[in-house]
Ligand binder design. Structure first.
Ligand code: GDP
Length: 356
């Protein structure tokens, strides 16, 4: 599956957050035979619709969609020059499908800051600079060959133009993602800053409800998504029962944990969506990319389902809940038979028909 790499300067709370993510691991509960890698945390994407389906179908269990986070060792200034862990670090980032940068906002004189002061904007720039420099190196390396190819073959010219534009954006200090450039012609370069970014601001507990601060920080990273959490609180929340956790969250003016928010934002940033299945065994959310067709969606359950796909019976979640059962939804004409071309919609509750 797709993975989100967690990066950030030392002492910003990455390990604290990552520990909370792994303790929250849904793999152990739902996939007993899965091998769990030590540097990967797999988190359930909360979906209240699953509990509703579970009640409707008297399902034995509920299986949410998941999103995976990989812990990537702390970035050091000079990473793009291959210093220390630099090269290895950048190679790990290259493998990630999205980048989640943790930024320290919490003030704690006991926790040393690498640059001596809490400075979200400065931290952001430090990391962006390393990633931007690495991308500029990548572009410099391929540019002579691409220019030559574009002289020989006209169809290479759009790719060259896109890469030259990316170079200009990067020289101006902006990431490819933030500039909103089309990633398609740049894909073969595997640029680091073309990946989707998410920012986690690790704030003091009291600041979780400080909307002015949050707006200021959000503005620093827009159009990328920002999540605000207190990593220390997150590590306490996972030790509590659901009821106790909710009580603690509400005492801080929160409805849900930071990890839950991060899972949802991460899932969305990766360009993923779910469809739902339900029966006596389980109510389950399956992960597909946005725009996936019905046979592709069936293939997520089993490759044979995709190969032998005949049709899908689709009821929207709301229609199913209103009707109370699939049979009643059918009687009301709310169950649609969809073919190979159907593009899945969020909240589709599906049963596939296939040849084996
Ligand atoms: P990393 O180097 O980015 O992985 O940072 P760590 O997770 O190891 O955190 C560094 C130190 O900061 C540890 O002593 C943590 O307990 C502390 N820390 C992490 N998050 C918070 C936070 O939200 N608030 C406070 N006060 N301390 C934190």
């Amino acid at each position: 599956g797709l993975q989100i790499g967690i990066v950030g300067l030392p002492n910003v709370g990455k390990s604290t957050l990552f520990n909370a993510l792994t303790k929250n691991d849904v793999l152990a509960a739902n996939y007993p035979f899965a091998t769990i890698e030590p540097n990967v945390g797999v988190v359930g994407v909360p979906d209240p619709r699953l509990a509703v389906l579970g009640r409707l179908f008297k399902s034995e269990r509920i299986v949410p969609a998941t999103v995976s986070f990989v812990d990537i060792a702390g970035i050091v200034r000079g990473a793009s020059e291959g210093e220390g862990l630099g090269n290895k670090f950048l190679a790990h980032i290259r493998e990630a499908d999205a980048i989640c940068q943790v930024i320290r906002v919490f003030t704690d004189s006991d926790v040393h800051h690498v640059d001596g002061k809490v400075d979200p904007r400065g931290d952001l720039e430090t990391i962006n600079t390393e990633l931007i420099l690495a991308d500029l190196q990548t572009i410099e390396k391929v540019l002579p060959r691409l220019q030559k190819e574009a002289r020989m073959a006209k169809d290479k010219q759009p790719v060259l133009a896109a890469i030259e534009q990316a170079g200009k954006v990067l020289e101006g200090g902006t990431t490819v993602y933030a500039a909103g450039l089309d990633p398609a012609p740049l894909r073969e370069l595997h640029l680091l800053t073309a990946k989707p970014f998410i920012y986690v601001f690790n704030v003091d507990e009291e600041e979780l409800t400080n909307d002015q601060l949050k707006d200021e920080l959000r503005a620093l990273v827009a159009p990328a998504e920002a999540v605000f959490l207190d990593a220390k609180i997150e590590s306490e929340l996972i030790e509590l029962s659901d009821d106790e956790a909710l009580e603690l969250l509400q005492s801080m003016g929160q409805q849900e944990s930071g990890i839950t928010q991060l899972a949802r934002v991460g899932f969305d940033t990766l360009g993923l969506q779910t469809y739902l299945t339900a029966g006596p065994k389980e109510a389950r959310a399956w992960t597909i990319r946005k725009g996936a067709t019905a046979p592709e969606a069936a293939g997520v359950i089993h490759t044979d389902f995709q190969r032998g796909f005949i049709k899908a019976e689709v009821v929207s979640f709301q229609d199913l809940v209103d009707a109370g059962s699939v049979a009643e939804a059918r009687a009301r004409g709310k169950a649609r038979i969809e073919g190979k071309e159907y593009v899945m919609a969020d909240g589709d509750v599906v049963e596939f028909r296939f040849n084996v």
